[in-house]
Design a protein around this ligand. Structure first.
Ligand code: NAP
Length: 290
């Protein structure tokens, strides 16, 4: 067995798959607040945070916390407070995800060693593939039209926006992409999508069957929502608070589809493989594996 110990705390089905990969790769693998029949027998089940407090690595859930108070533990009845987690995690290197500024401040104040996995391009770029597939799956499930020949707009041209636009185009959609930088707008045009500068967005919103948001900042206010067609389907990919004024969206009757944590839902095995590759990169950089 590998002498490196890795504990997984909380998380969805992708972390069950990750536990299996780590175990099969020979790591001393632990889980806490993650319960599922597919977890291999040889994986050690911690009874408390203390049990994993001396592991080399601790991998947290995605997102780390939904409410800012407790870790995201959908496959367990255990409730782990963020405070308690930080108290016990002074030794391990922490592999966490989707960290809000308040949590980053708290981790720094305690001098804990951590990384935000979702800030690693090697993980976030590959993760955009199951995210894009899941977004398209949700679009299909929530509409009565094909993606082919539909009018779509992707808000944001980062990692998720780029891959999603590419997949939509491949399915025959009429793809518009919003961006704020002129450099991104030039690339959008070069890829044969229709560029929409952020400042012009309101003028275009009436025409879309699908609006896919990847911008983690509320850019659609009530005046933007007024400009949308009531037949539009808005698919929220960005993490909280998302890109739209939710209350106004509901009052106007726009079809809003929340689509959080898609890799873990639509492709947990692939998502686990991507996480494992990321962990390998981290361990390699820290000189712990070749
Ligand atoms: P990213 O590469 O950082 O892209 C973010 C995009 O948002 C960029 O185009 C960025 O434009 C734009 N943006 C950010 N702040 C903006 C603002 N104030 N005004 C206008 N545009 C702004 O991020 P990503 O990896 O694509 O992830 C996007 C979001 O999806 C994140 O919230 C992430 O947590 C979430 N996500 C969700 C899932 C899921 O399953 N639902 C999966 C993966 C990621 P600039 O380049 O000009 O800054």
């Amino acid at each position: 067995m590998n002498t490196i110990s890795i504990a997984i705390v909380g998380g969805d089905l992708r972390f069950v798959r990750l536990a299996k990969i780590l175990y099969e790769q020979g790591f001393d693998t632990w889980v806490y607040a993650l319960s599922h029949p597919d977890i291999p027998i040889g994986v050690r089940v911690a009874k408390s945070l203390e049990d994993i407090s001396t592991c080399n690595y601790v991998v947290g859930p995605i997102p780390f916390s939904r409410d800012g108070k407790n870790l995201f533990t959908p496959l367990s009845n255990n409730c782990i407070s963020v405070e308690m987690f930080m108290e016990y995690m002074t030794v391990p290197f922490l592999c966490l995800s989707v960290l809000k500024p308040t949590l980053i401040n708290a981790l720094n104040a305690r001098g804990l060693n951590y990384i935000d996995l979702m800030q690693m391009d090697e993980i976030a770029t590959l993760n955009a593939i199951p995210t894009a597939e899941g977004a398209i799956q949700y679009a299909m499930q929530n509409s009565e039209i094909t993606i082919d020949d539909s009018k779509c707009i992707v808000l944001g041209f980062g990692r998720c926006g780029k891959i999603l636009a590419h997949r939509l185009k491949g399915l025959g959609a009429n793809v518009h992409v919003e961006a704020r930088s002129t450099k991104d707008l030039a690339f959008i045009e070069a890829y044969d999508y229709i560029p929409v500068p952020l400042e012009d967005l309101k003028k275009h919103l009436w025409k879309f069957d699908f609006i896919f948001n990847t911008i983690p900042v509320q850019i659609l206010d009530s005046s933007h929502i007024d400009a949308c067609s009531l037949a539009s389907i808005y698919i929220e990919l960005a993490s909280a608070p998302g890109g739209i004024d939710l209350n106004y969206c509901a009052s106007r009757g726009i079809h809003y589809v929340p689509a959080p944590s898609l890799p873990g839902k639509v492709a947990p095995k692939t998502a686990a493989k991507i996480l494992y590759q990321g962990l390998e990169i981290i361990m390699h950089k820290r000189g712990e594996i070749l």
